[in-house]
Design a protein around this ligand. Structure first.
Ligand SMILES: Nc1ncnc2c1ncn2[C@@H]1O[C@H](COP(=O)(O)OP(=O)(O)OP(=O)(O)O)[C@@H](O)[C@H]1O
Ligand SMILES: [Mg+2]
Length: 640
């Protein structure tokens, strides 16, 4: 409710500010000290100016001469006050800036770290554009009021000091102050309450606009090929127009309140002059005192605005903070266990699924989630290759996600070397298993950085070894800067097959003991694909067809070859597997060797044959641009 929001906003806003102060207490203390020093010097300057007028200017006008000593004293006092004021301003600005930017940086880090901790299910529910604006404009908005906050706190101290000094001067003038200052404060509070719903709306629209913009860049290809530019532009323009209107509403309110906030202290000065003139005639105050108080009201007008700035930014800050907190407080991150799997000599790992059931969380909580996998049990024995075959939507990628623990099963367990993956530490899990996903992702960075990902122990030699295994060394060596070539955002400067091989090399460089390939070589020439798989499982100089040597096969660079779970379609790829698991509608329908399944499972035979025909037609139509010559040990025998 909007009215509820605007009433709560002051309280919530003060709590956000309190959090900021608790997080950066020392810098805040520096900034406030600077601000209080400034405030006290403002009051002091009013009295010095009053004294200069009363003791120097008035006698000078009356007598036509000034005592040199008095003049020097007045100059020294004004100079000293100015220096201290400058020091105060410096401390305040520096402190406030440090505090604001440190908080922004800290929360940007926390939000992005949280994104990585939150499970895939959470990401499926949240648009990328919203996530971008949470980490950017929402974090910034949350800490906007930090910049004027020390000034405002110093000003509050200054106002108290001013009222006290007013009382010490004259009660009638003090009453003017007591009328004006609380009125200023009240006006500021009304302002911020009116502002709250408008700012919250603007902040929400900012996120929506960035979401639409992100989606249309991301889907540029679809938008262009489908001729949807005009509609996309309209969709964006409509939301951008709403944001414009929301911001104009904010500006209009500011336009009404700013002049009022500006005028009130001037009215105060006027009142001081009227009341002061009366009191002067009554002999209750001196010229010095009247000038001091009038000057005080004039110089107070500006700092008092600082309180208004903080209050005006509070609604936006609360809106931003609520959106940031939604991310920070989101639950569902995977708790990791404490067990590790680090054998003295790295050997291929055993993967097993025990009666695994899985369903994706429904988009809305009240809907029932459908089961995507049921009663899935199978084993990838150490050093063996198991192929996962099934029609589209059967659940192959889901099994791959479960195997590397991107998601956890609803029931049943996934084990690596007999240990439930939920009991493993994150580090042990990532060093043991690697997934090459169906959609390759390449960072906007060099080839080297994309493969090593700054992981320890992965130097150029390891990068090249991984590239060789992924059959990617040829094209990388031919790139203009070799490993230093920038590959462009999402690998746009690479072909689909090249991108797949880079992501494969990235997985291999970590020397995983279990490799999960989710259709990871679909865009690669079938012969190259077969060569890659054969290279992964067979030691150099041995024939890959010899099963006796497989399990203990030393792998690349003296390490161990990995166990492989491969989602595959091509007959040549499938034929390399020790066992094939055939999946339909999330259930294991059959398992066995390729030949056995082909003979006994009609659905399997249909699928593999259909895919093969499509593949042959494709190959007849165009030859692949990069055919890497195959080495002798890699000839594949395909049954049937
Ligand atoms: N994030 C998700 N949220 C909800 N349902 C999903 C999600 N991802 C996949 N599914 C559903 O789960 C089922 C299995 O999907 P999965 O991606 O595992 O299939 P697949 O066998 O890999 O298919 P393909 O061969 O097309 O890659 C499908 O019915 C799909 O609609
Ligand atoms: Mg898939």
């Amino acid at each position: 409710m909007a009215s509820g929001t605007s009433r709560d906003v002051l309280g919530s806003g003060l709590r956000v500010l309190g959090r900021a102060i608790r997080e950066q207490p020392r810098i805040f203390a520096v900034a406030v000290t600077g601000s209080v020093l400034f405030g006290l010097m403002v009051i002091a300057s009013a009295y010095v100016v009053g004294a200069v007028v009363g003791k120097v200017v008035v006698p000078a006008v009356a007598r036509g001469s000034v005592a040199g000593g008095t003049l020097a004293l007045a100059a020294a006092a004004l100079f000293g006050i100015s220096v201290l004021r400058v020091v105060g301003i410096f401390g305040r600005r520096l402190g406030a800036g440090y505090m604001q930017y440190r908080l922004q940086a800290a929360y940007r880090r926390r939000v992005t770290r949280r994104y990585l901790e939150l499970p895939l299910a959470w990401h499926h529910r949240n648009a990328t554009g919203t996530l971008l604006s949470n980490a950017n404009s929402d974090v910034e908005a949350a800490w906007y009021p930090i910049a004027p906050l020390p000034f405002a706190v110093g000003t509050l101290v200054m106002l108290v000091g001013a009222v006290v000094s007013l009382f010490l001067t004259d009660w009638a003038l003090a009453l003017v102050g007591l009328a004006v200052f609380p009125a200023l404060f009240a006006l500021n509070v009304v302002y911020s309450r009116r502002m709250a719903p408008r700012q919250a709306r603007a902040q929400r629209l900012r996120a929506e606009v960035s979401g639409i913009a992100h989606e249309s860049f991301d889907g540029a290809l679809v938008v262009k090929t489908m001729g949807r530019e005009a509609q996309e532009t309209d969709r964006f323009a409509a939301r951008a127009g709403e944001l414009r209107d929301a911001l104009i509403a904010v500006g209009r309110l500011r336009g009404v309140f700013d002049p009022m906030l500006e005028t009130l202290p001037s009215l105060g000065t006027l009142a001081v002059l009227v009341v002061g003139a009366v009191r002067l005639r009554q002999g209750a105050i001196s010229v010095t005192e009247l000038v001091s108080v009038a000057f005080l009201f004039t110089v107070l007008a500006f700092p008092v605005r600082a309180i208004g700035w903080v209050l005006a930014e509070l609604p936006r800050s609360v809106a931003g903070w609520d959106r940031v907190r939604r991310v920070l407080d989101a639950t569902g991150e995977m708790p990791y266990g404490t067990r590790t799997l680090d054998p003295a000599t790295p050997t291929p790992a055993t993967l097993a699924f025990h009666d695994v059931h899985f369903g994706y969380e429904p988009a809305e909580a009240h809907l029932p989630g459908t089961e995507v996998l049921g009663e899935v049990s199978f084993t990838v024995p150490a050093g063996r290759t198991v192929a996962l075959v099934g029609p589209t939507g059967a659940g192959k990628s889901t099994i791959a996600s479960l195997a590397v623990r991107l998601v956890d099963p609803r029931a049943g367990t996934v084990t690596v070397d007999g240990v439930d993956v939920r009991e493993l530490t994150a580090a042990s899990l990532t060093s043991t298993v690697a997934l090459v996903a169906q959609v390759p992702f390449v960072f906007d960075d060099t080839v080297r950085a994309n493969i090593s990902l700054d992981r320890p122990g992965i130097g150029d030699d390891e990068v090249w070894a991984a590239l060789r295994l992924a059959e990617a060394d040829g094209f990388v060596a031919a790139l203009p800067d070799g490993l230093d070539t920038m590959v462009g955002e999402r690998g746009t400067s690479l072909s689909g097959g090249q991108r797949q091989r880079l992501t494969l090399a990235r997985a291999l460089a970590g020397r995983p003991r279990l490799l999960v390939l989710d259709d990871a070589t679909s865009a690669v020439d079938p012969r190259v694909e077969a060569a890659i798989l054969a290279g992964l499982r067979a030691p150099a100089g041995r024939t890959s067809a010899d099963p006796e040597h497989r399990s203990a096969a030393p792998g690349p660079g003296g390490g161990a070859a990995a166990s492989i779970l491969v989602v595959a379609y091509r007959r040549a790829t499938i034929a390399l597997a020790d066992e094939v698991i055939y999946l339909e509608h999330g259930r294991v329908l059959a398992r066995g060797t390729h030949a056995e399944l082909l003979a006994t499972v009609p659905g399997y035979a249909d699928l593999v044959t259909a895919y093969e025909q499509a593949e042959q037609e494709r190959e007849q139509q165009h030859t692949y641009d990069e055919v890497t010559p195959l080495t002798s040990g890699l000839e594949i025998e395909v049954d049937r």
